[in-house]
Design a protein around this ligand. Structure first.
Ligand code: M6R
Length: 586
């Protein structure tokens, strides 16, 4: 879940690595660092976001044409300067940055300690430069790297820089790593956006690959066999353009939902058709995803059941392994992931593939690991989502599911028409007046410790997603329930003044209003979200009824609410504590 970047070429490496670190920061931002090689290796690193650390240490003071950088989301070891990467070998001749987890690091550490090595951090990573140093005492540097990598168990994307090697070495196992090929220069990073401003020629590395960049060329080996991976030119169709006039990516991306859905209207129908055919043909379809994307899957269950009359199963990706024995060659797995790099989701599709099942992915990142391991991919084209909180990616996933469901019943054109209607309405939902009204509500909620949310049918996943938005960005405890479940226990939590958000649709109106009345009777104050006001509501967010699309419409005021709560509580809406955008560890 960290971001790593390496550069070697004609230019000063520090400025390139620094700009790449800004682009990688969404993967983790508790600390960061850069190491640059000149005659020796110099390292600057500390706790804090890239901007804070750069202001303090001035990364640009590092001189040299080869360097590596890291932005961290800690797994092993607290957030300290010592645990920040790059990490050096005892002889200071090798610097390593790493994304992933070395599972057998304690064993390796003990072995190295017996050989006289000292460890200065609590990280698992520190064993890597020291293992290489150890082997390099009696072997060539390249052999030492290969032996060290052979000792590692776990998942990793590693960049190695050494005064004993002219260039960079990179290794990959189950963590993303991409090579960027420039003119007389190379970039190696966790993902393409890290270096997309410098080159759009990329080479995707596979598990087990070791990449050697030296003398202005590169070679890739896997199990000592030379690999010939193609150089792919990625499209620059929808480039990230910074925050523009917005204060945060969060709100910018909420506003971009209109464009994201507009782009879907022009998506190639044939890919939706292929996917629809696979769903019809499959003997058992399973949807897998994590976090927000998992709520998109839940929405999909209702949609496929109600529009297409097809039963689809859903499992959060991290639990999917428990059910894989149901899979056969005739099964279909649909994985949804904004990043296409979520480790749990990748793990789930890999077990599906082992059983011979087909995999369809819905993702926003072209060239991501998920796209490369799927039989079919629907690219969301929502534009790069920088904010750690998922907003536009979520609603575009819902829109794609609608297109698939309609295509299954031969009504694709109707899906396009209802999405066109939706777009018109999205202008209102993101309007100044809506944002001002939500601000008022946020002010009433900002000091609450708990917020409860209920919905039925399609509004149940909406309630879950809204609760997640509130929690992850404002740190207020928010809990969502299916309306019917409340009286089976959770209603015990409700007391005088408990704020409850109630999502209403025409379909669920009478039953969910009954639930709201039950809450009110226990002292709750109710915020209703839906088409019609009701006397049970203390506050009301009017959202027009758009059949099948209520989930897209109703989540937008909730995204705005979460954003306002974060602002009023002094939280960073783009980089909430403890989170990272791509969760690339299991
Ligand atoms: O990239 P993915 O869609 O696979 O990510 C899945 C979750 O990690 C992600 O949705 C997470 O829950 C976000 N922080 C939600 O805002």
């Amino acid at each position: 879940m960290c971001g790593i970047i390496g550069y070697t070429g004609d230019k000063q490496s520090a400025s390139i690595i620094l700009s790449s670190l800004y682009n990688l920061e969404y993967r983790g931002y508790d600390s960061c660092g850069i190491a640059v090689k000149d005659l020796d290796i110099s390292v600057l690193k500390d706790v804090g976001k890239v901007d804070e650390v750069n202001t303090k240490l001035n990364f640009l003071s590092l001189e040299g044409h080869t360097g590596v950088g890291h932005t961290r989301w800690c797994t092993h070891g607290k957030v300290t300067k010592e645990n920040a990467h790059p990490l050096l070998s005892n002889n200071h001749k090798i610097a390593v940055v790493h994304n992933g987890i070395i599972e057998n690091y304690l064993l390796l550490k003990k072995r190295l300690q017996k050989e006289g090595f000292t460890f200065y951090s609590e990280t698992d990573t520190e064993v890597i430069p020291n293992l290489i140093e150890y082997y390099a005492r009696s072997k060539s540097f390249i052999d030492a790297v290969q032996l060290a990598v052979g000792d590692l168990c776990g998942q990793y994307a590693i960049l190695i820089m050494s005064t004993q090697y002219d260039g960079l070495i990179a290794c990959r196992k189950e963590s993303p790593l991409v090579l960027g090929v420039g003119h007389n220069e190379y970039y190696v990073a966790s993902d393409i956006p890290a270096f997309a401003q410098y080159t759009n020629n990329v080479v995707y590395l596979n598990d087990g690959d070791i990449l050697y960049i030296t003398n202005k060329s590169y070679s890739i080996y896997n199990n000592n066999i030379k690999q010939q991976h193609p150089v792919t030119t990625i499209s620059r169709e929808i480039e990230e353009t910074g925050k523009g006039d917005f204060e945060h990516y969060f709100i910018k991306e909420v506003m971009e939902q209109i464009d994201a859905i507009k782009r879907l209207i022009f998506i190639d129908q044939s890919i939706i058709s292929e996917v629809a055919k696979e769903i019809i043909k499959a003997k058992g379809t399973y949807m897998v995803a994590c976090g927000t994307a998992s709520y998109a899957c839940m929405y999909g269950l209702y949609l496929f059941s109600k529009i297409a009359h097809i039963h689809v199963n859903f499992c959060i990706a991290s639990e999917f392994d428990n059910f894989k024995h149901f899979l056969t060659q005739d099964s279909l797995v649909i994985a949804i992931s904004q990043s296409g790099e979520t480790a749990d989701t990748l793990m789930a599709i890999r077990s599906a593939k082992e059983k011979g099942a087909k995999v369809i992915s819905i993702t926003n990142v072209e060239g991501s690991t998920l796209t490369r391991e799927s039989d079919y991919t629907i690219l969301q084209k929502a534009g790069q989502e920088i904010c750690v909180i998922s907003t536009k990616a979520y609603t575009s996933q819902l829109a794609i599911l609608i297109m698939i469901a309609y295509e299954i019943v031969g009504n694709y054109k109707e899906a396009v028409e209802i999405l066109k209607d939706l777009i018109k309405y999205l202008y209102y939902l993101t309007s100044e007046s809506m944002r001002e009204y939500i601000k008022l509500l946020a002010d009433k909620l900002k000091d609450k410790e708990h917020i409860y949310l209920i919905g039925r049918s399609f509004q149940y996943p909406t309630a879950l997603e809204a609760a997640l938005k509130i929690k992850e960005v404002s740190y207020i405890h928010a809990e969502a329930y299916a309306g019917g479940e409340l009286k089976h226990g959770s209603i015990a939590m409700i007391e005088d003044g408990s704020p409850c958000i109630v999502f209403v649709s025409n379909e669920t109106e009478s039953s969910i209003i009954s639930n709201a009345i039950e809450l009110k009777a226990r002292g709750a104050w109710i915020i209703g979200v839906g088409q019609r006001n009701n006397e049970v509501f203390d506050y009301f967010i009017k959202v027009r009824e758009l059949p099948w699309l209520n989930s897209i419409c109703q989540i937008i005021p909730m995204q705005l609410l979460a954003y306002q709560l974060a602002i009023l509580r002094g939280c960073d809406p783009d980089k909430p504590r403890n989170l990272a955008k791509s969760v690339t560890v299991l």
